[in-house]
Every structure is written in C-alpha cells, then in structure tokens.
Design a protein around this ligand. Structure first.
Ligand code: S3P
Length: 431
C-alpha cells in the first residue's frame, strides 16, 4: 500500500486536464464489441476499471487493441457473438465491468463466470441477475454476490422491467442483453439515471426511445463507430469542488462531458454559492461536452436529495468534504446506494470527516455535515475506495496544521491514474 501526502496550496488558479470519462469508456468498448466491424475509441479512460473491461472483452473473443495511451480499436463480430472465455473473467474493482458484461454475455450463446477483487465480491449482483434471468438467461450468484455465472442465449425474451433500484449499471445490462432479444424491451427506472448506454446505442443505429421514466429498445444492428470520449466530469469534480472552497480560487476543465443526468455537482456547487461557468463545446458523439470553470466564494449549505442525489451519486464524497466549508448544515439523503459502492461510503466518509475535525451525522440513506469547520491535517485511509482517496486529498488540501497522509492512495488509479500528480501540479501553479 502506498501513501500520498497532501497540503494546502497557497493559491489555486489553473486549468486541469482530466482523463476520458470512465462510464462512457466502458460503454464505448462494449458497444463496439456488439457492432460488426471495426470501431475506434479516442480519449479512452486510462482507469484500471476500463482496463478490466478491455481484458475481459479480449477473453470473450473480441479483438481489442489499445494503441498509444488513450486510443483503442475494437473489431466486433456483432451482437450475440461473444464467445465463452477459457477462464474466469476478472473484473477487478469494477462494478460497471461486471454488470454491463453480464448483460452482453446474457445476449450471446456463451457461458462466462465473472469475478472480482475483495471489494467487488461484497457488492450486490442479484439486482442484475434477476432481470437477465427474466429474459431467459441462466444466471447464478453466490448468495447474491459475485462470482456471477451467466449462460446466455442469442434470442432472449423481450420484457418490461420495473427496476426497484435506480441503477444505470442494471439498466445498461438489460439494454445490452436486449439488442438481440425477440421484441421490444422496456425498462422503467425509479429515478432517471445516466443514459450513456441509450445515447450510444441510438447513435449506432439501434432504435432506443426514452423519457425520464421509461426506456424502450427495439433489437437491431449496431453500426461500428469512431468516438472521442469526453473528459470525465466525475474526475474533474475533485478539482472543481476544491476551487469552490476558497474565494478567488479558480479551476477550469475543458472538454468534459456535461450529460444532464451526471451534472448534478454543477447544480450543487451553484446552490452553495460558487460561480460556475459552462461553455458548450463541439463534441463528435452523442454526449454534450463543455469547458467548465468554477470560482470559489463564501459557501452556504445545500440540501441534496431525490433525483439530484442520483445526478451526483459519485460526487457525493467530495461534496460532503466541501460541505465542511459551507455555512450551515448540508443534508444528503436518498443515497443509501452509497453504502453499496466500492466501500460503505457513508460510514467511511463520516469516519474520515471526523478525523479531519469536522462534525457530521450518519443516516441510513446519507449524511448531514456541519460547517464551516476548520479542518486539521489528518492521517486517513482510503479504504480501498478510489473516490474516498481523492475526496480526502481535497480535504487535506483545505486542512491546516501540516501534511495530510492518505494510506492506500494508490487506489485512485481505479478511475484517475494521474490524480495526485495533477493535484500537485495545480497546487504548484498549474498550467
Ligand atoms: C455507473 C453507474 C453508477 C455509478 C458508477 C458508474 C455506470 O452506479 O455509481 O460509478 O457507469 O453505469 P449504479 O448504476 O450502480 O448506481
């Protein structure tokens, strides 16, 4: 395990470059595998999670060739043509790899066992197994957790699925399985989750109709494509939130994805009083792209619940850190899913915030954080959770009294391999 040391910058006014979006990178690779012919993906996320998807697709018989650090060519054989791998598929730490590939495998005539690291082995998989079974795939779990064994069929039964949890991963698994089903598949979600899969499949010629509550997919052929993945707003979030914390601090990230179902963090930052500028940029794919700049201000507390929680689910750790700097109590609710992520993020965040000297209260479905608090440098553990490693680095960048030490910080590479170098660069004056 490696440690990282963080201390506050004297000033912050810079541009930060973030990697390609992790969610979109997974989908670009998997959808390319379902197309017949060669696709090209640029600005692919260098995240360890995305590497897991590349490796698993290779094991499923797909020709996937990374070239350079962030580009990849994929030769797909068409939807339904994945092959049984020789070994267990190692999804590493990546829930997205496991759940989305479970869907793609379910729609092929093949059998695969999907497993992962200790964190992934604790995560719930019945939520994805159940709808795939209802379509006619054979899916087993170990008491609801990985390993997941999926025996797929090229012609699954089209169904209407009413999902009990708001999960883009589960929705995406069903949609990927449905590309070769025997009719129109419908998915009803309890709250609108990120729609990258719908956008990408539609862009590749598959008929996908959607509104806030319902998605329907008509089976069809997936056309190969060339796509530049937008920058990852969830990675930018750590720098944007840091800038928001101090008047006169400013960070700008160009070329990031601003899909409205992912951009809740920008709404929260604005509601807290930060100055947020979003300048639309031309993108070449199905996702909106923009340059986003955030300038700090005196912050006030926010209430985060309902659909807004879903729209910033991965940004809640860093928003909880930022809440320590805002006047009043920030309430985060409807976030019980946070307990089922790479760690129990509610419990681990509460511990971490207290280690920095902040006051907060844990709820079953979220967290209340009091502010403003003067954070003190601390020694904390990332608990094997990449977003906690980076959120605590932001806390350390706002803490007085020396260096903050983050144990197990290497897990940041699960989504953002260059994070600590970028943070040091930003603190040293940036670009
Ligand atoms: C993701 C969906 C979200 C998110 C995860 C990535 C995706 O999870 O938290 O980091 O790429 O579909 P759920 O869909 O399980 O809520």
């Amino acid at each position: 395990m490696s440690e990282e040391r963080v201390s506050p910058p004297r000033d912050l006014d810079c541009a930060v470059r973030v990697p390609g979006d992790k969610s979109i990178s997974h989908r670009a690779l998997i959808v390319a595998a379902l197309a017949r012919g060669r696709s090209y993906v640029g600005n692919l996320s260098p995240a360890a999670d995305v590497r897991s998807t590349v490796d698993c697709l290779g094991a499923l018989g797909v020709w996937v060739r990374p070239f350079g650090a962030e580009r990849c060519a994929v030769d797909g054989d068409g939807a339904g043509w994945l092959r049984s791998p020789a070994d267990v598929l190692d999804c590493g730490n990546s829930g997205t790899t496991m759940r989305l590939l479970a869907g793609a495998v379910a729609g092929s005539d093949c059998v695969a066992v999907l497993d992962g690291d200790a964190s992934l082995q604790r995560r719930p998989m019945e939520r994805v197994a159940e709808p795939l079974r209802a379509m006619g795939a054979e899916v087993t779990t170990e008491s609801g957790r990985p390993p997941l064994r999926v025996a797929g069929r090229r012609l699954l039964q089209a169904r209407e699925h009413v999902l009990p949890v708001a999960s883009a991963q589960v929705k995406s698994a069903v949609l990927l399985a449905a590309v070769t089903a025997d009719g129109v598949t419908r998915v009803v979600e309890p709250a609108p989750t990120r729609d990258h899969t719908e956008r990408l499949l539609r862009w590749c010629g598959v008929r996908v109709e959607s509104d806030d509550a319902l998605v329907s997919l008509t089976p069809g052929t997936v056309t190969p494509f060339g796509l530049r993945v937008p920058g990852d707003l969830s990675a930018a979030a750590f720098f944007l939130a840091l800038a928001a914390a101090r008047p006169a601090w400013r960070v700008r990230c160009a070329g990031v994805g601003v899909n409205p179902r992912r951009s809740g963090i920008l709404d929260v930052l604005m509601a807290m009083g930060a100055v947020v500028e979003v300048e639309a940029e031309a993108g070449d794919g199905p996702e909106p792209v923009a340059a986003v700049a955030v300038r700090g201000a005196g912050l006030r507390a926010a209430d985060i619940s309902g659909d807004l929680t879903v729209r910033c689910i991965d940004e809640l750790p860093v928003l909880a850190v930022l809440a320590t700097q805002a006047e009043g109590t920030t309430h985060i609710h409807d976030a019980a899913e946070l307990r089922l992520k790479e760690s129990d993020r509610i419990a681990r965040l509460a511990e971490g915030l207290r280690a920095f000297g902040a006051e907060c209260e844990e709820h079953d479905d979220g967290l209340s954080v009091d502010g403003p608090a003067e954070l003190r440098a601390a020694r904390v553990s990332a608990s094997g959770d990449h977003r906690l490693a980076m959120a605590f680095a932001v806390a350390g960048s706002l803490a007085r009294g020396g260096e903050t030490v983050i144990a197990g910080a290497e897990c940041a590479a699960v989504s953002f391999p260059g994070f600590f170098a970028e943070l040091r660069g930003a603190a040293a004056g940036g670009r």
